[in-house]
Design a protein around this ligand. Structure first.
Ligand SMILES: [Zn+2]
Length: 360
């Protein structure tokens, strides 16, 4: 009984709805929703069907045991904590839970066989985040220079990466890695994240998965330090950042394209490596602010896409001959929802832009 309500709650929160909004969409009273969610009221088939319709999920999904895995949220990576409402945070957490339920459902009967391995590595006095990032690059024999396909590299180590809408730009990503053996580390990336921040965010999240079990005060700085070294090792990028002046945006733009990192991340890297002074760093921040580049920078970085979930789906179709309907069932979704979430181009906002031919 209690389990059933939490699925309703989870589905409702993932949509960012209040009980009143769900009640309106399911044509029932808020009091009923509240009772259903607290377990004070049993769902009859008719109400169950209405709720499932409103929440766009199979009715039996709402009846499933919502034995929520002891998901350990390794990172709720917030850009602007102040802009996050409680409902938004609940929404992101619900989306995280549901995405894991879907992915683990799709993995039924499949064992991931990563080409690379990694385990949690604890930060010590003589082994900081940068040293850990360097150790992983060495262990994986990552070639010198920029990593060509970061998402592919991280996925090859068994990290499942999916894009999801968080309903806010205040948070870039969430990572989870339950302790239970056999359950994959997972990264959810906000669909709204600009392409030029994607690689740094993935490296940052990977840093959390490697280094963090429980939230700490320093976790964001540590993950940034890991990401900086993983993407652009000090030995290789230091000379490129030497003598950087605060008017050198042309040079930063070239480095941005070469390394696949935003100018803001490169400026921070230069500051971390002390190739610019504190004063220059502050001056850069002022300039970026005045140019409006803190929100959106010029210069494109090719957008990388995850492929692991597509491969899982392809394997299920080929080996188990599952139809889309059966795959949707595994994912705990209706078929249209499954197609929308898992078969549409990940990371793209869907529709290609309209073409407008201009003639003289
Ligand atoms: Zn973080």
């Amino acid at each position: 009984m209690a389990a059933r309500q939490s699925m309703v709650t989870l589905m409702r929160e993932a949509r960012g709805w209040t009980q009143t909004q769900l009640a309106a969409n399911a044509v029932m009273s808020q009091a009923v929703i509240s009772k259903v969610e607290t377990g004070a009221l049993e769902l009859d088939p008719e109400r169950l069907a209405r709720l499932a319709h409103a929440l766009d999920c199979p009715p039996d999904f709402l009846e499933r045991s919502a034995d929520l895995p002891s998901i350990e949220i390794t990172c709720l990576h917030r850009r602007r904590a102040s802009t996050m409402t409680v409902n938004t945070m609940k929404r992101i957490e619900a989306v995280t839970h549901l995405s894991r339920i879907s992915v683990e459902g799709l993995l039924s009967g499949i064992e991931l066989a990563p080409a690379r391995t990694f385990e949690r590595i604890e930060i010590m006095d003589d082994r900081g985040p940068a040293a850990i990032a360097g150790e992983l690059r060495r262990r994986w024999s990552t070639p010198n220079g920029p990593i060509r396909n970061l998402i592919g590299l991280v996925e090859s180590a068994g990290v499942v990466i999916v894009f999801r809408s968080f309903g806010t730009t205040g948070q870039d990503a969430v990572s989870t890695w339950p302790e239970d053996p056999g359950r994959p580390p997972m990264m959810l990336i906000n669909t709204d994240l600009p392409s030029d921040r994607l690689r740094f965010t993935v490296a940052h999240e990977f840093g959390h998965l490697v280094m963090h079990r429980l939230p700490t005060d320093n976790q964001e700085a540590e993950a940034n330090s890991f990401a900086g070294e993983f993407l652009a090792p000090a030995d290789e990028i230091r000379h490129e950042l030497e003598g950087l002046r605060t008017s050198d945006f042309r040079r930063l733009m070239a480095l941005k394209i070469e390394w696949g990192m935003s100018m803001a991340a490169l400026i921070r890297r230069a500051h971390d490596l002390e190739t610019i002074t504190d004063r220059q760093y502050r001056e850069f921040q002022v300039r970026l602010g005045k140019l409006g580049w803190r929100t959106s920078e010029p210069g494109d970085v090719a957008r990388e896409s995850p492929s692991i979930v597509n491969k899982i789906i392809a394997l299920q179709r080929r080996e188990h001959e599952y139809s889309d309907d059966e795959l949707a069932r595994l994912a705990g979704m209706t078929e249209p929802a499954f197609q929308r979430y898992f078969l549409a181009d990940p990371g793209s906002s869907g529709q290609p832009p309209l073409r407008l031919d201009l003639h003289e």
